[in-house]
Design a protein around this ligand. Sequence first.
Ligand code: AMP
Length: 230
Amino acid sequence: MPDADTQTRTKPAVLILLGPPGAGKGTQARMLQERFGLVQLSTGDLLRAAVKAETEAGKRAKAAMDSGGLVSDEIVLAILKDRMQEPDVARGVILDGFPRTTGQAEALDALLSEEGKTVAAAISIEVDDDAMVRRVSGRYTCANCGEGYHDEFKQPAKAGVCDKCGGTEFTRRADDNAETVKARLSAYHAQTAPLIAYYEARGVLERVDGMGSIDAIATELGDIVKQATA
Ligand code: AMP
């Protein structure tokens, strides 16, 4: 049974979460997915799956990912376009980690306009750089369902057991180490932060303070999503 928010949502929308690594995009996107029935679409997750499956794209993406740089627009767009063809996307999507460059944002606009759609809201989760390294270094996920946890900020209720699925295996991302995080932050400032102005100029930018609690940010994001999809 869909919950009340899923039922009241009227338009299948395209929403974007912008923010540096560790801003909480993945956590919040998963919460929005559950609450509104939107589909979380993370290019980082798609790329990690391609690397694991050793596809051609995955092999080409690996070096950039390991060093904390960006994967080429060509590879990312090919992976994203494939995913956007799947039927569940019709429910509306929350893009997490995409677009990351102006080229990707323009390509997304072109892709959507073919279907008469536009970006409903681009939400910038704003955080202090200094806090990011600490946040990212402590995070891990359930190997079974992907629920995110953190050594300091969000431990499972029962140590070693996932709250969501009861799984007992957890993984840490290879690129979540202090050195790579710094490179990822630089890539964010050089290539992704300009997208804040890009979406502001299009009148769809929303800013959220990402230094608050997970629940406080979720409440604020929920209000924005409700408004953008009403
Ligand atoms: P994320 O899971 O979003 O932190 O992404 C992990 C890594 O995947 C990044 O550091 C990049 O190397 C790569 N990546 C993910 N999304 C993109 C994107 N939209 N454009 C370029 N590289 C990306």
